[in-house]
Design a binder for this molecule. Structure first.
Ligand SMILES: Nc1ncnc2c1ncn2[C@@H]1O[C@H](COP(=O)(O)OP(=O)(O)O)[C@@H](O)[C@H]1O
Ligand SMILES: [Mg+2]
Length: 259
């Protein structure tokens, strides 16, 4: 039975990815998205740098990770990496993600086929956690932080890891294509590299060239002094006068974060 066009594309991309056996064999593809997705990403829910990091940590949770490490080059904040030991993405799952921004495989019939969800219940992770993700734009939320990021991912039992380098487009002032109403959201280069250990698994997202505005937020004296104040308060057991203080950030950049 022939596959619908969308599925054919997906097979083509994942098949191409599987054919790469070194960083010399690079697959070029484009990210497509629509107005609905752009609106969601730019409407403010992801304004805070921490919101994008939260999305990436949620993805690690959904991938059954038991450990997530967020690293950054504080106080410069030019680079942030989020490394997890979850189940990783097969070339098929990665291709699905790149070709379906705004429609997640989580909670769908495809989830089980792609190894993204539990075989028995698509609302659970393969390991049985209640899934956080559902709308399929979490990854795209990093666009508030940077235009360029890399996804390095590996599933257990695969001799290779897959690397995808994403260069997001400045989509704000672009018009969608008249026929398809799609925006070109960016370009992706993908290749596979032989891994040292076949059984390792996990995903690392590396955000580079963090935007100046986000870097300034992360470096802000107010945020860091709020952390110090709240640490001191906790040490002293102080309870009063909470209202007049700045809320300490929920994410402590530059340190290890465990879930
Ligand atoms: N850390 C990760 N480990 C494994 N798979 C991931 C990871 N991050 C993203 N993915 C894959 O990318 C897809 C898209 O992620 P996202 O944009 O956050 O949407 P959602 O979480 O709603 O599905 C996920 O459904 C999952 O298949
Ligand atoms: Mg998500």
């Amino acid at each position: 039975m022939p596959h619908p066009p969308e599925m054919q594309n997906n097979l083509a991309l994942s098949g191409q990815i599987r054919e790469s056996t070194s960083s010399d064999i690079v697959i070029d593809t484009r990210l497509k998205t629509d107005e609905r997705v752009i609106a969601r990403v730019t409407d403010g829910i992801y304004r805070q740098p921490a919101s994008a990091i939260r999305e990436l940590i949620s993805n690690a949770y959904d991938a059954d990770a038991t450990r997530v490490v967020v690293k950054t080059d504080a106080p410069r904040f030019e680079r942030i990496s989020i490394e997890d030991n979850g189940h990783g993405m097969t070339p098929e799952a990665l291709a699905h993600m790149l070709e379906h921004i705004g429609s997640s495989a989580k909670r769908s019939a495809e989830g089980g086929l792609l190894g993204v969800t539990n075989q028995k219940d698509p609302t659970l992770s393969p390991g049985g956690r209640k899934l956080i993700g559902k709308i399929g734009i979490g990854i795209f939320s990093v666009s508030q932080l940077t235009h360029s990021f890399q996804i390095i991912t590996k599933v257990a039992g695969d001799d290779y890891r897959t690397v995808a380098t994403v260069a997001l487009k400045q989509y704000n002032d672009d018009a969608p294509s008249e026929e398809t109403h799609e925006f070109e959201a960016g370009k992706v280069k993908i290749w596979r590299e032989k891994a040292a250990d076949k059984e390792t698994q996990g995903t690392t997202i590396v955000l580079t060239n963090i935007r100046t505005q986000a870097r300034n937020t992360l470096r802000s004296r107010e945020i860091w002094s709020a952390i110090e104040q709240s640490d001191q308060q906790r040490d002293l057991g102080a309870e009063e006068d909470q209202g007049s203080r700045i809320d300490p950030p929920k994410f402590h950049m530059g340190m290890m974060l465990l879930i």
